[in-house]
Design a protein around this ligand. Structure first.
Ligand code: PLP
Length: 392
């Protein structure tokens, strides 16, 4: 391996760049997690998280990756044999459904065109057919990290309401939270799954479930065994602290600082920055599309994600070769295609601690890598991104 100088440009869609201020905040000794000092940190974090989730409901944390929060929502809410409607949008929605099946629930998948995202009308139709209300919940991945498609969460809420169906609405916001708008209370989401390592700019190791009053009521009747994930252990206050075990104190140090960064910038400004960076990326890819080059995987402008762009290569071209060249020649790390998209797409993450020159550097490396890999493409994608960023 050649010696690499300078910083790596890390454009993976999770984990993401960790700001120096967060790293410094975590670089300190442990603390008694039952002390008043630590409680003050958790209280500040709880308030900050409520602003980011846009909720007044409880937000419960776990020392786990997102998979833990996926599992926590399911085991707290359902009993064996309960039917769940999984809205298929890509690799992550299918995996949440697979996890549900393995836990003993019936995961019915509502298929969709992965490039267009979930059609709210199809959700309404399926729920109207379910006159006996056998479907206990609708499961949505807000932002499909595998495809760069941002599903229309609010419209799907309205589709559930139009069908007059009482199903719980469960939404995974792992790669949208803190990157673009999500409103738990306004959109009447019953359980939200979040993670630390994307828009929140933290290391992997903390996941969240936010829980509506309707979900809490459902959890009282749920018969699936659960211990670490059990919302009751948190909310009845019978435990030694408000955390179901030793609290991850260093993650809290980081979370406190990350939330301060987000709130200092302002949530709307954070979203505007993500939109600008996302749009600049898309402008570049649209130029690369010329000469039968690669294209944006999302096929409908309404669902283009502001946190990650998946780039689909022309038939016969290898996305992994582009990724390899970007990393080995230019020290730019991109996301690979997941599941059936492996080799077909590479993914440019543009979420978290990122600014214009970082993105432009990465886009320049991608444009060079396309050329070196022999992928036909239009020249001048980076110029189009620069022009857009200068004007906006
Ligand atoms: N859901 C989405 C949308 C994700 O992007 C990921 C991971 O990237 C997961 C769930 C799984 O989370 P984790 O890998 O943190 O367990």
């Amino acid at each position: 391996m050649a010696v690499m100088r300078g910083r790596q440009f890390f454009q993976n869609p999770g984990p993401t760049n960790i700001p120096d201020r967060v790293l410094r905040a975590m670089d300190r000794p442990a603390m008694d997690f039952m002390s008043a000092e630590f409680r003050a940190i958790t209280a500040e974090c709880a308030e900050g998280l409520r602003r980011v989730f846009k909720t007044e409901h409880p937000i419960l944390g776990y020392a786990s990756s997102g998979h833990g929060a996926w599992e926590a929502t399911l085991v707290n809410l359902f009993s064996p044999g309960d039917r769940l409607l999984v809205l298929e949008s890509g690799y992550f929605s299918l995996n949440w459904g697979k996890l549900a099946e393995e836990l003993g629930f019936v995961a019915e998948t509502l298929p969709a065109d992965w490039r267009a995202g979930i059609d709210p009308a199809a959700v309404e139709t399926r729920l109207r057919e379910d006159r006996a209300h056998e479907i206990k919940a609708v499961l949505l991945v807000h932002n499909e990290t595998s495809t760069g498609v941002a599903n229309r969460c609010a419209e799907i809420r309205r589709a559930i309401d139009r069908a007059g169906h009482p199903a719980l609405y469960l939404v995974d916001v792992i790669s949208s939270l803190g990157s673009f708008d999500f409103r738990m209370d306004e959109w009447q989401v019953d359980a939200v799954v979040g993670g630390s390592q994307k828009g929140l700019m933290l290391p992997i190791g903390m996941a969240f479930t936010a829980v509506s009053a309707k979900a809490l009521k459902a959890s009282e009747a749920a018969k699936t065994p659960r211990i670490y994930w059990d919302w009751r252990r948190y909310l009845t206050g019978r435990e030694q602290t408000s955390w179901p075990g030793t609290a991850p104190v260093h993650m809290y140090y980081g979370l406190q600082e990350a939330l301060r960064l987000i709130l200092e910038e302002g949530l709307d400004q954070v979203f505007a920055r993500h939109h600008r960076l996302g749009e600049a990326t898309r402008r570049a890819v649209r130029v690369w599309r010329q000469n039968n080059g690669p294209e944006i995987f999302a096929s409908d402008p309404r669902v283009e994600s502001d946190s990650i762009t998946a780039v689909l290569l022309p038939e016969g071209q290898d996305a992994e070769a582009v990724r390899r060249i970007a990393l080995q020649r230019f020290n730019v790390s991109l996301g690979g295609g997941l599941g059936t998209l492996n080799g077909r797409v590479f993914r440019i993450g543009h979420m978290g601690d990122l600014n214009e020159p970082m993105l432009l550097g990465a886009l320049a490396a991608v444009e060079m890598a396309l050329g070196l890999a022999g992928v036909p493409h239009g020249k001048g994608g980076v110029d189009a991104a620069m022009e857009y960023l200068a004007a906006n």
